[in-house]
Design a protein around this ligand. Structure first.
Ligand SMILES: C[S@@+](CC[C@H](N)C(=O)[O-])C[C@H]1O[C@@H](n2cnc3c(N)ncnc32)[C@H](O)[C@@H]1O
Length: 270
């Protein structure tokens, strides 16, 4: 089932590799009909929020991120109330950043996540070896949230299955009637490692190989999938044999240059 929405909900967080600019291109290439929509690298969720399929399984390895979606789904009003209590100054930022998210209630933890995402430097998510968030203050004079937007996201998430974990487990029960959109961390171009630092554990070469292997297994079981990646030799050889299409893309977040235009490869199983 396509279910493309004419009135897409905007993501409520800023996320490295966010697909906002590419959503129409992507969704236009999705199959007309499918039973469930799977997105195992959810991130900022721009594709899901644009498509808003009624039957979806959304997952990410970042537990704090997935908990934030859970909190918004079940108690967006509480998340808004918590956010209203978090002032946007450097001093407050450092205090809020220092709080252990795992000692907080779910709605407070979600508010902390959204606040840090909106006020931290360029919306980066970076943690140190101990798993502590360590992005510096960004000095943005902007609101951290829009209550109407969070309400719309909560509505879009109704009935959706949220999973936290590695992509393999997220896809454990996918069937040939379903469709999978995959937006994994990019294969590095030119050694800019920061793109990969979404979680304490980086997505390494062996993970890219494991993902390509998973995609081949999905194809063998008749599951349709579409994957976004950077257009590199490594990617082209990992997915050799599948249909590939190059599209122009712009990355929103890059520490090493102000803005970098790069090409993106869309790879699909059918
Ligand atoms: C490129 S981002 C997705 C961006 C998203 N499409 C958007 O529009 O915002 C990749 C996501 O994969 C997640 N991730 C990294 N390693 C993972 C793994 N092994 N399994 C599942 N998710 C993983 C990261 O936490 C990150 O949110």
């Amino acid at each position: 089932m396509r279910g493309v929405s004419l009135d897409p909900v905007r993501p409520f967080i800023k996320w490295a590799g966010g697909k906002q600019a590419l959503v129409a291109d992507l969704v236009g290439r999705f199959p007309e009909r499918f039973e469930r929509y799977f997105e195992p690298f959810l991130g900022g969720g721009s594709v899901f929020l644009s498509l808003r399929p009624p039957n979806a399984v959304l997952a990410d390895q970042n537990r704090w991120l997935v908990d934030t979606y859970r909190a918004v789904r079940w108690s967006w009003r509480r998340v808004v109330a918590e956010l209203e209590a978090l002032p946007n100054t450097r001093r407050d930022y450092l205090q809020i950043r220092a709080r252990d998210p795992w000692s907080l209630a779910l709605a407070e933890r979600a508010a902390q996540f959204i606040y840090l995402n909106k006020t931290g430097f360029r919306g980066l998510f970076r943690v140190n070896r101990a798993g502590r968030f360590n992005v510096p203050y960004g000095e943005y004079d902007r609101r951290t949230h829009d209550p109407d937007q969070l309400r719309d996201v909560a509505r879009a998430l109704r009935g959706v299955t949220l999973r936290c974990g590695d992509f393999e487990s997220a896809l454990s029960d996918v069937t040939a009637r379903d469709f999978v959109y995959l937006d994994p961390p990019y294969v590095k171009q030119g050694g800019h490692a920061d793109f990969n630092r979404y979680t304490a554990d980086q997505f390494r070469q062996r993970d890219h190989e494991r993902l390509a292997e998973t995609c081949r297994e999905l194809s063998a079981r008749g599951v349709r999938w579409l994957l976004s990646q950077s257009d590199t030799e490594t990617v082209r050889s990992l997915y050799e044999g599948f249909a590939m299409e190059r599209v122009a893309a712009r990355r929103e977040i890059n520490l090493n240059s102000r803005r970098r235009d790069v090409d993106e490869l869309l790879i699909r199983s059918w």
